[in-house]
Design a protein around this ligand. Sequence first.
Ligand code: IPE
Ligand code: IPE
Ligand code: MG
Length: 241
Amino acid sequence: MARDLTEQGPAHVAIIMDGNGRWAQMRGRPRLFGHHAGARRVREIVEACPDHGVKYLTIFAFSTENWKRTQAEVAGLMKLFRRYIEREAQDLLRNGVRVRFIGDRVRLDDRLVQLMDDLELMTADNDRVHLTVAINYGGRDEVARATRRLAHDVAQGKLDPREVNDETLPRYLDTCMLPDPDLVIRTSGEARISNFLLWQSAYSEYEFVDTLWPDFTRDEFARVLGGFATRDRRFGAVRAG
Ligand code: IPE
Ligand code: IPE
Ligand code: MG
């Protein structure tokens, strides 16, 4: 029987960390200043997870559409990701965080991919919090890449077309090792999902908060998680009694 998540709080929280650019612009600073401030928030939220029973945290760091930004912003973000991994790796390891990355690595710089691979390997035995970082991630791109791999297995005779269904297809997604998110939070007041976890969030609860990501504190995170507990998740069924 499915466990009653409404009473236990969300096991998997996914966050669309939005609003870094506006946060910087409001201060008359370049957008990258906001991205650096946003990166500093991540640690606080990751560390708050065990206190609330959140075992899985998935964060959207860079979308397949974010390449449309200026070359300077994209290069600055890629450098920030590299620096962040280098700087945080030891603490993540010590704090029991298992880090994984989702998204298409093909378009990423080799140095970044190497750091991502190393961090995944280094933290593979951790189990306190499972942090998944989406870089060059797009839900449509993920489903397309999964379908390509699935089609390949069908062509090779490893998968019977009659067995393609909503249980076999997600095994080909980048998130095959994760449960579906119970709660998706988006900061900065935009009420859209911008290509994040399209398949996985079919029955997720959504929370859109006005706070810009660099201002999103541990306390606000706790408040949003508290609100989740009051929701009546029905998954298409009718509540008994
Ligand atoms: C989110 O902040 C971070 C990334 C998309 C990389 P934005 O950079 O989108 O900030 P706004 O939405 O322009 O304020
Ligand atoms: C979504 O934010 C992607 C990330 C937070 C990494 P965007 O700022 O790119 O989304 P749109 O353009 O407002 O839809
Ligand atoms: Mg944005």
